[in-house]
Design a binder for this molecule. Structure first.
Ligand code: SF4
Ligand code: SF4
Length: 407
């Protein structure tokens, strides 16, 4: 039966009237929105979602569970924000909108499970690590493919380890002192990407500090509508980062970088994506050719939220021997979007199919990205198409020019 909750004005206090009012309903964002591209429905567009949240906020439309679906199906990719001529802060609107929806909607097992997993597992690195060990063991005996056919985790390796003493020294002259975000999922899923990133930083003359007791940055919780849970993590981390001096906090996961830039005022101006930082300080002369045809997938939270598109491309093009080829629509979301591919597998898969078509027409041997979610989504999709194209984090691709045997 349809659930209608009458709403009064101010029933959605987190949503800002001023933010919502910036939308002039021009529709220029529609073609850039992955869910609109797939469905052609106004309700699955940025304009439709902003309209819906505005009506809830003003109390001119009752809150209905059926309409929440349109909010759930938003990837939070912020492509609309990047193309909007009116400067609509869509990232902030959807995060606060999701928090409001969580406060109003009927409880469901799916929502409870995702929130609990984020608060009780992702927020505690040691618990996540233990789960990673169990999963690795299960993968070795083929249990995970039996349990979950279709989209699968990457084959897990030994997790990323901080160096003894929590410092990785600069190679050659020390020019910078940076902190490195180890994060929650990345050290378990893609330790080799972190290892390559740290090695590049060392080669570029950085002493790398690994803050002890650092926790998940809070991005995954905030994107899931759990603003309180994210705030707890941010308070803990802010204390951890205050313990030492550093020139920049380096992040090699786009979603985390965007969250740290937006919500850690004490780090203002010092949070740097790995590609942004390396393009700024420069890498030494490459030692080896990287004779490969390579394409690049813009991670949404790098291209749209952080507006970083040129540095990664410049770094790839600087590799000797590389043949760089752009795919069609490199900045359209691949459908990963944090927990989205798990919570909304059908829409995620529909969005992925266009991405795979675009990828495969490039004839590239390697597709590179700067975010673990994109890596996992593209790997899974390419496998499902029987393609031999490899997916590499940009750190691994760049390291090929210095230590090809390490990759
Ligand atoms: S979000 Fe921006 S581009 Fe989209 S309809 Fe509103 S004003 Fe136009
Ligand atoms: S964040 Fe992405 S999916 Fe959501 S409305 Fe904007 S463009 Fe569409």
């Amino acid at each position: 039966m349809e659930t209608k909750v009458p709403v009064r004005r101010d029933s959605f206090p987190l949503l800002s009237d001023d933010d919502l009012a910036t939308c002039v309903h021009c529709g220029l964002c529609l073609d850039a929105c992955p869910t609109f591209r797939v469905t052609g429905l106004e309700t699955e567009s940025p304009r439709g979602r902003i309209y819906l949240m505005t009506q809830w906020k003003r109390g001119t439309m009752p809150f209905q569970e059926e309409q929440v679906r349109h909010i759930d199906l938003c990837l939070g990719c912020r492509t609309c924000e990047a193309v909007c001529p009116s400067g609509v802060p869509y990232g902030r609107i959807i995060e606060t909108g999701r928090a409001e929806v969580e406060a109003h909607r009927r409880p469901s097992l799916k929502r409870w499970a995702s929130r609990t997993a984020l608060r009780q597992l992702v927020a505690y690195p040691e618990r996540l690590r233990a789960m990673g060990s169990v999963t690795r063991a299960a993968q070795r005996i083929g249990l995970t493919s039996m349990l979950r056919p279709g989209r699968q985790l990457p084959q897990l390796r030994r997790p990323f380890e901080r160096p003894l003493g929590g410092i990785a020294p600069a190679i050659g002259q020390r020019k910078h002192r940076v902190a490195f975000l180890v994060g929650c999922v990345m050290p378990i899923m893609y330790p080799q990407s972190h290892e390559a990133a740290v090695k590049l930083l060392q080669l570029a003359g950085c002493e790398v500090w690994f803050p002890k007791n650092e926790r998940c940055c809070g991005a995954l919780l905030a994107h899931n509508g759990d603003l309180e849970g994210a705030e707890v993590l941010r308070e803990d981390n802010t204390r951890v980062y205050a313990a030492q001096n550093f020139d920049a906090l380096i992040v090699d996961s786009a979603g985390c970088g965007a969250h740290l830039k937006d919500f850690y005022p004490a780090l203002k101006g010092r949070v740097k994506d790995l590609t942004e930082w390396l393009a700024e300080i420069g890498l030494p002369e490459p030692k080896h050719d990287v004779a490969m045809r390579v394409t690049y997938q813009d991670a949404c939270h790098l291209a749209h939220a952080q507006r970083i598109r040129k540095p990664p491309r410049d770094l790839i093009r600087s590799l000797p021997g590389v043949e760089f080829v752009e795919m069609r629509h490199p900045d359209i979301c691949c459908g990963a979007a944090g927990l989205y591919s798990t919570l909304e597998p059908d829409m995620s898969n529909r969005i992925l199919q266009e991405k795979l078509d675009d990828l495969l027409t490039t004839g590239a041997e390697v597709v590179t990205a700067a975010n673990p979610g994109c890596q996992m989504q593209l790997e899974s999709g390419l496998r499902s198409r029987g393609s031999k194209m490899r997916v590499e984090h940009i750190s691994e691709l760049l390291l090929r020019a210095y230590e090809p045997a390490a990759v």
